[in-house]
Ligand binder design. Structure first.
Ligand code: AMP
Length: 323
């Protein structure tokens, strides 16, 4: 039954895409591999299927995502009420790069719990590993076309958001989708892991710094506060901690871990939280944040709130241990 409803929804999304000559595709600010991969793969698939359409992927370019492809610089004044498709983002204020865009309506494809985006066609499923898995299913189950580049990006997004199929968001359906993706595109998928996991030596040294300085409390909460001076010492930026936080998934003594990073440029603390048990997105939502049950983030402007958040997470760990 669910499968039939899904197929109808996917066909509806396909028909809406077919109807519109101008389409803008956006994702969340502070992008991760899944956000960029799902966005670019959808753009490239639509271009491949409908070469005459104007399809753009917008948002800030991030140099580490160069291998995924380029974003588009668009003058929104030249567009006539395009369709806006948002992927991997539930909140209006976290959509990147749509300031000044006068769109006709929104289609949303996302695996986060619903927030305030009002879409006229909405495919939200928190049980999907990634937005890339959803875009892959959209392409594989409709007449949208797939080529090697599209398949490679989708594979990268799925692998990154599921942390190589090790996180609880990985399901049989994830494997099924990946199998179909590889079978239909014949990509050399093992070579793609380099793009996700090869890092410069300074980042490895930074990872060692975090390992050496992470403090784990009696309730199994791991905490590290990373100053701007430390970021500069290791020549990394405020987005690096959230790119490496998943690698701490297998520390025996730790249930939840929080990285608090001083973000001088934006005058705030960037928070990344991961969990191997307690649900953390509800806690993050009380601190100007949100995300998934086991992977959340937030932005705070003072250390008092950061410490309150740390306390709440520690209590959640204790309650989880005593359940
Ligand atoms: P990150 O630790 O930055 O990788 O974020 C983990 C998850 O939390 C992602 O799904 C983000 O979309 C979400 N997230 C991060 N920061 C925020 C925020 N300020 N508000 C709401 N959700 C966020």
């Amino acid at each position: 039954m669910i499968i039939i409803i899904n197929k109808q929804l996917l066909n509806k999304i396909y028909r809406e895409i077919k109807k519109h000559d101008e389409i803008v595709i956006a994702r969340h600010v502070g992008p991760d591999p899944d956000a960029v991969a799902s966005q670019l793969a959808l753009r490239d698939s639509i271009r491949l299927t409908f070469p005459k359409k104007q399809v753009y992927a917008v948002g800030l370019s991030v140099s580490r995502f160069k291998p995924y492809g380029n974003l588009d610089k668009v003058n929104f004044q030249n567009l006539n009420k395009p369709l806006l498709i948002v992927v991997d983002v539930p909140n209006m204020h976290r959509i990147d790069g749509i300031e000044g865009l006068d769109y006709s309506g929104i289609i949303k494809i996302d695996h986060h719990p619903k927030e305030d985006i009002k879409a006229y066609v909405e495919w939200v499923d928190i049980n999907k590993s990634s937005a890339s898995q959803m875009v892959a299913e959209l392409i594989l189950d409709t007449k949208l076309k797939l080529d090697k580049k599209v398949a490679e990006n989708l594979f990268l997004g799925i692998v990154a958001d599921s942390e190589r199929f090790s996180l609880k968001n990985t399901t049989l359906e994830t494997f099924d989708t990946v199998k179909r993706l590889i079978a239909e595109s014949n990509i050399d998928f093992t070579s793609l892991y380099d793009i996700l996991y090869t890092r410069p030596f300074n980042e490895h040294k930074f990872i060692a710094y975090i390992t050496n300085n992470l403090e784990i409390d009696e309730n199994k909460l791991g905490v590290i506060k990373i100053s701007d001076a430390t970021l500069r010492e290791y020549n990394v930026d405020a987005s690096t901690p959230s790119n490496i936080i998943n690698s701490y998934n297998f520390i025996d003594e730790m249930l939840v871990w929080i990285f608090v990073t001083e973000d001088v440029k934006n005058n705030q603390y960037k928070i990344s939280i991961r969990s191997r048990g307690p649900i953390i997105n509800e806690i993050a939502s009380h601190y100007n944040g949100g995300g998934h049950k086991f992977a959340s983030g937030a932005k705070l402007t003072n250390m008092e709130d950061v410490d309150k958040l740390i306390k709440d997470l520690s209590i959640a760990c204790r309650e989880y241990e005593n359940r």
